[in-house]
Write a protein that binds this ligand. Structure first.
Ligand SMILES: [Fe+2]
Length: 389
């Protein structure tokens, strides 16, 4: 996120003395990506950001992954998935590989524990609901249709104001706008479907007093994804000011301006973010192809290099009509197998000039395994749905 922001009280010169009104020094922390060679922010703490008094194992929910073998397209019905109500600890694993994990949770209205993901950035799509994400950088409010992008190692907690359906895309890398939409210095370009005005970061410090505060840390060891519960001597939300280009932000799908064409446009025009070995796209309500002989639904396609995950979040997805897929469904169309519209959907789409559909897509460049949550809500009939009744 190469887009500078300054919040709260920062000194005029970095790495110089910065004191509170009583003359005590604030502790400066650099949060920087790729060592000291990429985007970063400088945070000014009242306490010592490294002061912990305890560290113990946090047992993560079941992270078991089952290979998609024998190879099949899959339909997973997330609205049938029962979850606990905590936005962090009750996520159930739906799909995952060594680059990204996709989960699902339906929250209650209680705050989550303090938490940070030390493995990679989180891009949490808010299928429905509203609330706040309190972070060490300040507060973000969230609402239906938001992507909440939280950089790796950002301490935060979820504070739902109502029941919220969350679709966490947990990367093992950073999540950023597509490179081709950025100038060589990082500004979003004119042909990008959104711009900096659409990204909403914290705008005030969030200060909380406290001692012996627990923070759950998700991280990696040679044994895979694990958790640790660290106890901080003082509250981690003690940042009086920060500045830089690394911070959490939200982006709402209503602010994405779809790119359309005279004939069918391929999925990359719908891309919104990218991480290492995966992309995030969104298919949104839009005018469709206007050639007099256009076929508005997609052609059949073989994802030679990727697994494709569609999460159907709004409207009525034209290409999937007749397949059993509905709101809250996920389809997994794996590499090595062609997919496309259900045959009856092609004729039905001719002459249509507007699609009222919303779907969030994750394409991964390595095969996805099924998580225990995905397996629990699979519709076993989907794989045969193109062959007819
Ligand atoms: Fe596809």
């Amino acid at each position: 996120m190469a887009y500078y922001r300054a919040v709260g009280d920062v000194p005029p010169k970095r790495h110089t003395q910065h004191r509170d009104p009583e003359g005590n020094l604030y502790r400066e922390e650099l949060m920087g990506e790729e060592g000291f060679s990429s985007d970063s922010s400088l945070l000014y703490h009242r306490g010592v950001p490294s002061a912990i008094v305890a560290s113990e194992v946090w047992e993560l929910p079941d992270q078991t992954r089952t290979p998609n073998h024998p190879l099949k397209p899959r339909h997973l019905k997330l609205h049938d998935l029962e979850t606990g109500t905590d936005a962090v600890t009750d996520r159930r694993l739906v799909l995952g590989n060594n680059d990204v994990r996709i989960g699902y949770v339906v929250t209650g209205a209680d705050p989550s524990p303090y938490y940070r993901n030390a493995i990679g950035d989180e891009c949490v799509y808010v299928e429905s609901g509203s609330g706040a994400v309190e972070t060490v950088f300040g507060l973000l409010s969230y609402r239906t249709g938001d992507y909440v992008v939280i950089p790796r190692a950002t301490t935060h907690r979820w504070v739902p104001w109502e029941r919220s359906r969350l679709y966490p895309i947990e990367a093992n890398s950073h999540v950023a706008p597509p490179r081709r939409y950025l100038s060589r210095y990082g500004q979003l370009l004119e042909h990008a479907p959104y711009c900096e005005r659409d990204l909403h970061g914290p705008d005030a410090p969030l200060l909380v007093d406290g001692e012996d505060v627990e923070v759950l840390v998700k991280h990696r060891t040679s044994a895979g994804v694990v958790g640790t519960r660290m106890t901080y001597a003082t509250h981690p939300f003690d940042v009086v000011g920060w500045d830089g280009c690394l911070y959490p932000y939200t982006f709402n799908i209503d602010d994405y301006m779809p790119i359309t064409g005279k004939i069918h446009q391929p999925p990359p025009v719908h891309q919104v973010f990218e991480g290492h070995n995966f992309v995030v796209c969104n298919f949104l309500p839009r005018k469709v192809d206007y050639h007099e002989l256009a076929i508005p639904v997609p052609y059949y396609h073989s994802n030679v290099d990727s697994d494709e995950v569609m999460f159907y979040v709004g409207g009525d997805y034209e290409a999937r009509k007749g397949s059993g897929i509905g709101l809250g469904s996920i389809s997994l169309h794996p590499g090595g197998h062609a997919h496309g519209p259900q045959p009856s959907a092609i004729e039905a789409s001719l002459g249509v000039d507007y699609f009222e559909e919303s779907a969030v897509m994750v394409d991964t460049f390595a095969p996805l395994d099924l998580g225990e949550g995905g397996l629990a809500v699979e519709d076993p009939a989907y794989a045969w749905s193109w062959a007819g009744p």
